[in-house]
Design a protein around this ligand. Structure first.
Ligand SMILES: C[S@@+](CC[C@H](N)C(=O)[O-])C[C@H]1O[C@@H](n2cnc3c(N)ncnc32)[C@H](O)[C@@H]1O
Length: 289
């Protein structure tokens, strides 16, 4: 069956999406964000687009597609739609081996140099902020235990404005406290009520949230960084695009800087100035010069 299941769905008052229409939408998303939606995930794309069409009063895909190309209305609408078309699943301390590497191996080496007074980290697709606050907690905790003063800051970026708003507020459902070990919880989180906790202000101040499309990193002139954390973002991108972006991220690292990816997110990647960190549980590269 090639026609969308939604053609006959009793729940759908909106039309189904045939495969060529799907191609058009998937291409738009990939061109604008890098995110690839394969045909097997068509239902996800259709549900997301349809949901937004209902909210904006659009009756057919083609008219909505045309409206999205308009400037500035379409550009504004895109900032809402892109949030629906991307996956935002995230957790505090999502990949402990990567954080252990930062805390126990990389940070002691970086701070051994007394001339180093500041560290700048980037959480590349930060979603609602859990990853960025995790990095801030780990950096703060482990820098506090060292002699000498090292300032640090975390820049947290994403294409999704609603996700960034959650991160900026630093408010999370209480169940998420279970993701944070007690030593971090007591130091960096405050319970507000039965349902919610907040990241303490002192830590929130270390994390700056901004909308940024990773695809723009290729052409943007950006400050170089000590730590780039990019997990569970590139997996949604085409292989060729992943390599191109990794080369860009490599160029944005300072010598000695660390690029951390999710395990298995890229294979056969090599860069003249990057050395793979020898740790079978972590996919990370150190900038050599
Ligand atoms: C699955 S979440 C991963 C969040 C976090 N890095 C983690 O590992 O828990 C992927 C995030 O990447 C963001 N994203 C997708 N394409 C992007 C792009 N081109 N530029 C910036 N962020 C992007 C999505 O909006 C989403 O919040």
């Amino acid at each position: 069956m090639t026609a969308a299941a939604g053609n006959w769905s009793p729940l759908a008052s909106l039309p189904g999406m045939d495969d060529s229409e799907f191609e058009r939408w998937a291409t738009l998303l990939e061109r604008r964000t890098g995110v690839v939606v394969p045909l097997k995930r068509k239902a996800f794309l259709v549900t997301s687009v349809r949901g937004r069409m209902r909210e904006t009063g659009h009756a057919d895909f083609a008219a909505y597609f045309r409206d999205l190309q308009k400037v500035p209305e379409g550009t504004i609408e895109w900032t809402t739609l892109v949030d629906r078309l991307t996956v935002h699943e995230t957790h505090f301390f999502r990949h402990p081996p990567s954080l252990d590497l930062i805390a126990r191996q990389w940070l002691p080496q970086m701070t051994a140099d007394p001339a180093r007074s500041a560290l700048h980290a980037w959480s590349v697709g930060c979603s609602s902020g859990e990853e960025a606050y995790t990095l801030a907690m780990v950096l703060d905790m482990h820098l506090a235990g060292r002699s000498g003063k090292t300032y640090f800051g975390v820049t947290a970026t994403d294409v999704s404005l609603p996700a960034l708003a959650v991160g900026r507020a630093g408010l999370y459902p209480r169940q998420k406290l279970a993701e944070i070990a007690q030593e971090y919880r007591s130091r960096y989180c405050e319970e507000l009520d039965a349902d919610t906790f907040r990241i303490r202000e002192a830590l929130r101040k270390r994390v700056g949230f901004a909308q940024f499309n990773l695809l723009d990193a290729v052409s943007a002139s950006m400050k170089r960084l000590d730590l780039i954390f990019c997990q569970n973002v590139l997996i949604y991108f085409a292989r060729e695009r992943r390599r191109e972006l990794l080369a860009t991220l490599a160029n944005l690292l300072k010598p000695g800087g660390l690029l951390v990816l999710g395990p298995g997110e890229v294979t056969q990647f090599a860069h003249a100035r990057l050395a793979r960190v020898d740790n079978r549980n972590v996919l990370a590269y150190r900038r050599t010069s």
